[in-house]
Design a protein around this ligand. Sequence first.
Ligand SMILES: Nc1ncnc2c1ncn2[C@@H]1O[C@H](COP(=O)(O)OP(=O)(O)OP(=O)(O)O)[C@@H](O)[C@H]1O
Ligand SMILES: [Mg+2]
Length: 228
Amino acid sequence: MPSAVIDARNVQLTLGRAPARVEVLRGIDLSVGDGDSVALLGPSGSGKSSLMAVLAGLERASAGEVSVAGLDFSALDEDALAVARRGRIGIVLQAFHLLPTMTALENVAVPLELAGEADAFSRAAAELAAVGLAARTGHYPAQLSGGEQQRVAIARALVGRPALLFADEPTGNLDTATGSQIMDLLFERQRASGATMVVITHDPALARRCARVVELADGRIVADRRAA
Ligand SMILES: Nc1ncnc2c1ncn2[C@@H]1O[C@H](COP(=O)(O)OP(=O)(O)OP(=O)(O)O)[C@@H](O)[C@H]1O
Ligand SMILES: [Mg+2]
């Protein structure tokens, strides 16, 4: 069997209570191979962020099977899932979600410190250098531009050397030129780390840069194609 980093079978997600109950995901089958880059497209409300949350172990599927990086998510409780995510899964969001009271270096070191790694700060410094921020390690988020904050978020997502990198509209809050630099950086760092990447985007140019494009509509996969 080829090694799949993501293997989702008939995944369903129902959220909210009646009458606001929504079938957000309605039977998702998705297998993603090691080292692949996948763009996740679809209209607003189609379930992209929800699918990412399920695949990243942030949200539990209501039904179906999710296996990620060799872990059966349904077999893990919340705590085990949180531990399992560390070191396996990195996440970059549209709003960078940096801790405002911590410097760039501290923000990047946090996941390693949580994992009890002794060399957290030297690895965090190396990762910040790799995203071009060697001269900004002591800056607080409020002292950084949007593009710089997203670089810090990328460094934080990759510092644990995850097998899987998720990005939810990583350029959504940036101007076009900065967004394009951030995308270059994301692809460069993905290639260098060998991580499998799933990127949610509304930007067709960004989607074209991925090896595979998966389209969602109304909680279902409606298209799945590989770049020529
Ligand atoms: N906690 C919740 N309770 C009820 N419905 C929810 C909840 N969270 C999300 N939904 C619904 O699930 C659907 C999918 O939401 P999701 O955020 O995954 O969409 P999306 O494809 O990421 O959209 P966008 O492009 O706007 O970010 C939406 O219709 C949303 O209203
Ligand atoms: Mg979304």
